[in-house]
Design a protein around this ligand. Structure first.
Ligand code: G1P
Length: 293
């Protein structure tokens, strides 16, 4: 498969599930331990070799742009105070100049429309799409695992990260039908966005990481509104699957739906427990809290 150089991050969502925290702050900037959610997702893309980061933003999201820029006054103050570790952390997180682009989704018409808004920035090459609500905790990030799997698939393949969820939760996701295995991946036979449990083709749901071919943009342009009255990426992918292969990859690692309060809190605990500087004390604090219940 052609090298995947570009990634889209749709960050235009209103974050209503986190009000009032998200009244003045984008949900993508909520911290998982001490780094914004979006930074964790950008890190995953960098680990997978992504070179160009495309953010589809909306109103009240300019602080995301500021986060991926230098903060001259802060850097100066840290330098004057000899805070070398903090300074190094800031520059580590920063993508190289000229590798970040922002475009706006002017109306909240759905995920499919948000992706379509990035078409000019992506151009005619396969690309990655990472939904920032989802975090996958594993030493080899989810997108890197997908790119590894792509080596054994043909060049026009589209690849979706999938995971099993309990039957009673499938209606919250895009769900795929399972065909023949090919290495670690399997052919996708069907895709349905937010089906009733009784109509879901399996219990494997789309987890928010995609490798897509650029022909998806032509289909998104014509895509009518689907589930929830929104232009759904899943519907355009189903249309594309008539002319191009789609594969599912059950990735390794633990996923967190940080768009939900429980997922967000669990991610904070899990990422905290992975940090050598925090884990010992966090463990004691958690044990104490649970014992008091
Ligand atoms: C979106 C996709 C859905 C996918 C989900 C993963 O839904 O449309 O197919 O399963 O992300 O988080 P949303 O969460 O935006 O409703």
């Amino acid at each position: 498969m052609t090298r995947i150089r570009k990634a889209i991050f749709p960050v235009a969502g209103l974050g209503t599930r986190f009000l009032p925290a998200t009244k003045a702050m984008p949900k993508e900037m909520l911290p998982i331990v001490d780094r914004p959610l979006i930074q964790h997702v950008v890190d995953e893309a960098r680990q997978a070799g992504i070179e160009h980061f495309i953010f589809v933003t909306g109103r009240n999201k300019s602080v995301i742009e500021d986060h991926f820029d230098r903060q001259f006054e802060l850097e100066l103050t840290l330098m004057e105070r000899g805070k070398k570790t903090e300074l190094a952390l800031l520059s580590e997180d920063l993508p190289e100049a000229g590798t970040v682009s922002f475009t706006r989704q002017q109306s909240p018409l759905g995920l499919g429309h948000a992706v379509w808004c990035a078409r000019e920035l992506v151009g005619h090459e396969p690309f990655a799409l990472l939904l920032p609500d989802v975090l996958v905790q594993h030493s080899r990030g989810c997108l890197a695992q997908m790119i590894d799997a792509a080596q054994n698939l043909d060049g026009s393949a589209n690849i979706l990260a999938v995971e099993k969820v309990p039957k009673e939760r499938v209606h919250m996701y895009g769900v795929v039908g399972v065909g023949e295995r090919k290495g670690k991946a399997f052919a996708i036979t069907k895709m349905v966005e937010k089906p009733k449990a009784s109509e879901a083709p399996s219990d494997l749901t789309i987890t928010g990481r995609y490798i897509l071919q650029p022909q998806i943009f032509e289909l998104l342009e014509k895509q009518a509104a689907g589930a929830g009255g929104e232009i759904q990426l899943t519907d355009a992918m189903l249309a594309l699957s008539r002319s191009q292969p789609f594969y599912g990859l059950e990735f390794e690692g633990h996923s967190f739906d940080c768009g939900s309060k429980i997922g967000f809190l669990a991610a904070n605990v899990a990422y905290g427990l992975e940090r050598a500087d925090i884990a010992p004390e966090l463990r004691i604090a958690l044990r104490r809290l649970l014992a008091d219940e």
